[in-house]
Design a protein around this ligand. Structure first.
Ligand code: WTA
Length: 639
């Protein structure tokens, strides 16, 4: 299928796969023993389809495993080299991180936060963000982190859904040199909520903010707080966090993760994929507001007592050399980023990375979207100097951790640019057709997972039914991730993008349904459909089609800016469409379904021939007519 790179790096422990293949349950049981447990489990997996309870009866604490366990040997080791966007920096040792987390745990308890309560965290990429998550974990509160790019309305929906009575935020955050007024956004989001008891405010930008009756400054409470705190012993299945993510229908869903299984999955995959050593300096560019940040910035590195770099801002601010500067400054040895970031770096040219000392790098990772083979090769040659494996990791918010990845920590296999290689040990995966039959190797189909894994989501917060239908109803007893894939002759998996109405814009997950209902809520809009089209930096960008109400008198220019404004207010700037086309009607099949692929084809300038077979049950002539009408309508409206 393509060239392979056999760089021969890595360990070779074939017995790990053999054990996992023969009995995945006792295999994961063995892995769980790498963690600290207050008391052992009674049952490794209680599988009550489709609900999994891992290490049932065992008691554990995530914060204890991230911090307490390192205090004897590594208290003076750097946990986090923090780099602020504005040039500020901080170094936190494991002892310092431990102390802050214990103090904040006591603060939360003093505010009345109890085991099982939810705490919303809306913070920029500053050390207080992992500290807040670990403090929640320490007392058994379930954290729900909201990416700092989401709007007040999005926050409100999430705070209401999780019923968080306590919120942790900051006066502001830096993004591209500007201050994002986080506290103001929180104030707006909770203005109509009567159940918010406390808002803790971290000072980051020293912006002028209004302090209300529920507000307290984080620093002031921390100063008075004791640093003595014993981590609470929690059931392995205790909910560690809720993370909202977009799906095919409605508003974002709260993906719920437990503790013992999730940590076991992260501990193992981090060791296998990144072959983590005590001497490594690891840097993952993901924002903690997304799952990669939860799993591979906060929990996995800390479980291993690793040293990592955490960066606050935009990767190209103040200029295109920022990231390479950080890699050089901190002697980064493992770098984990997204294809979108790589495509951007690649455009800036090789001279920039070539002018930095990147010689410490030994492993390079990619996550969040398919990596184009040419970008893979650039990463391999220009950044890795042809000596570092590219670890392309496929997984999802729902899977908790990596499920497909090259694993130099346990095996050496040739790499193929654009393929994540094989499923991790213990995972049974297939590529199937619409009816659930395995397709022939080399054929595109739907990816499914046939067994359970410890990092899997427990359910969707407050909605077991939706959990069942979204992930477990398409194929009996199999988990359906919603991705297209292909397994090649060598058993390598190639991930080919979403098979559903979820977009990946710059690696961020955006649901078309959510966006459409936001656009339709504009008073002048009758109907809307959005689709994603290929973009050479962001992977995908959003194109939206809008049918206006008949009596609308406004001009399309002002309507366009009103719609964009609405999207920013209701969802956030990340969901802004690249183009809005005003059309007289949307192309529909006879049964009334919007012909999305036709929209996509038009938006990407494809020819009708390429799509005529794609719309089930509709005659080619009808598609042709719809196509022509739509094109005409776009032309008329853009004149
Ligand atoms: C996509 C991000 C190809 C995929 C960790 C998945 C990928 C969705 C890869 C989950 C990859 C993630 N290659 N596609 N290496 N990694 N995806 O929940 O479509 O934000 O279903 O989790 O990202 O996105 P999420």
């Amino acid at each position: 299928m393509s060239d392979t790179f056999d760089i021969g790096l890595g360990n070779n422990f074939p017995e790990i796969r053999e054990k996992a293949d023969s009995d995945f349950i006792s295999f994961w049981e063995q892995q769980a023993k790498n963690l600290h447990w207050f008391s052992p489990w009674e049952r490794v997996l209680n599988w009550n389809p489709p609900f999994a309870r891992w290490f049932e009866g065992g008691t554990i604490n995530a914060s204890y495993n991230a911090l307490d366990v390192h205090q004897e040997q590594k208290s003076q080791k750097t946990a986090i080299f923090w780099e602020g966007e504005n040039g500020d920096s901080k170094v936190l040792t494991y002892a310092e991180l431990f102390e802050s987390v214990k103090k904040l745990a006591n603060v939360l308890v003093s505010l009345g936060v109890k085991k099982g309560d939810r705490v919303t965290i809306y913070l920029p990429m500053i050390p207080e963000l992992p500290i807040s998550m670990l403090a929640c974990a320490r007392i058994g509160a379930t954290h729900t982190v909201i990416f700092s790019g989401f709007s007040a309305t999005s926050i409100k929906d999430r705070v209401v859904d999780s019923h968080s009575k306590v919120i942790i935020t900051a006066d502001g955050g830096y993004r591209r040199g500007k201050v994002v007024p986080l506290k103001e956004i929180i104030d707006e989001s909770i203005s109509e909520l009567d159940f918010i008891e406390h808002v803790l405010v971290v000072k980051r930008t020293n912006s002028e903010i209004q302090m209300n009756s529920v507000d307290s400054y984080y620093d002031e409470l921390m100063e008075k707080s004791s640093a003595q705190h014993l981590a609470v012993s929690l059931e392995s299945t205790h909910p560690l966090f809720i993370l909202y993510t977009s799906g095919t229908t409605g508003k974002p869903k709260g993906v719920l993760h437990g503790t013992g299984g999730y940590l076991t999955h992260l501990y193992s995959t981090y060791k296998w994929a990144f072959d983590i050593k005590d001497s490594d300096v690891y840097f993952c560019t993901a924002d903690i507001g997304w799952v990669t940040g939860h799993s591979y910035v906060v929990y996995a590195p800390l479980l291993h007592g690793a040293t990592q770099v955490m960066y606050e801002g935009a990767p190209d601010f103040p200029d295109a050399s920022r990231i390479w500067n950080i890699l050089q400054k901190y002697h980064v040895s493992i770098f984990y980023t997204t294809p979108t970031a790589l495509r951007m770096f690649m455009k800036f040219g090789d001279d920039i990375p070539n002018s930095f000392d990147l010689s410490k790098i030994r492993l390079l990772g990619s996550v969040g979207e398919p990596i184009n083979p040419e970008v893979w090769r650039w990463y391999y040659r220009t950044i890795g100097k042809e000596k570092c494996p590219i670890i392309d990791t496929w997984w999802q918010t729902e899977t908790g951790g990596m499920l497909i990845s090259a694993l130099p920590g346990i095996e050496t296999i040739p790499l193929k640019p654009g393929s994540g290689t094989k499923p991790i040990p213990g995972i049974q995966m297939s590529v199937v057709d619409e009816n659930g039959n395995d397709v022939k190797r080399g054929t595109k189909g739907y990816l499914i997972i046939r067994n359970q894994w410890p990092g899997m989501l427990q359910t969707l917060w407050g909605d077991d039914e939706k959990y069942k239908t979204v992930y477990w109803s398409k194929y009996e007893n199999c988990y359906y991730p919603g991705d297209y894939a292909l397994e090649d002759e060598d058993g390598y998996f190639w991930l080919l993008g979403r098979a559903d109405d979820v977009l990946k814009v710059a690696g961020h997950r955006i649901g078309t349904a959510e966006l459409e209902s936001c656009i339709v809520s504009h008073t002048d809009v009758a109907e809307s459909a959005v689709c994603g089209i290929a973009d050479d930096v962001k992977g995908e960008v959003i194109i939206s089609f809008v049918v206006l109400k008949q009596n609308t008198t406004k001009d399309t220019k002002s309507l366009e800016s009103e719609i964009i404004q609405k999207i920013r207010e209701d969802i956030g700037a990340i969901a802004t469409p690249k183009e809005i086309h005003f059309v007289s009607k949307l192309p529909k099949t006879r049964s009334g379904k919007i012909m999305r692929r036709l929209l996509k084809a038009i938006a990407s300038n494809e020819k009708i021939g390429d799509i005529s077979t794609l719309e089930d049950g509709t005659a080619i002539s009808e598609i042709q007519t719809a196509f022509d009408e739509l094109q005409k309508s776009i032309k008329e409206n853009s004149n």
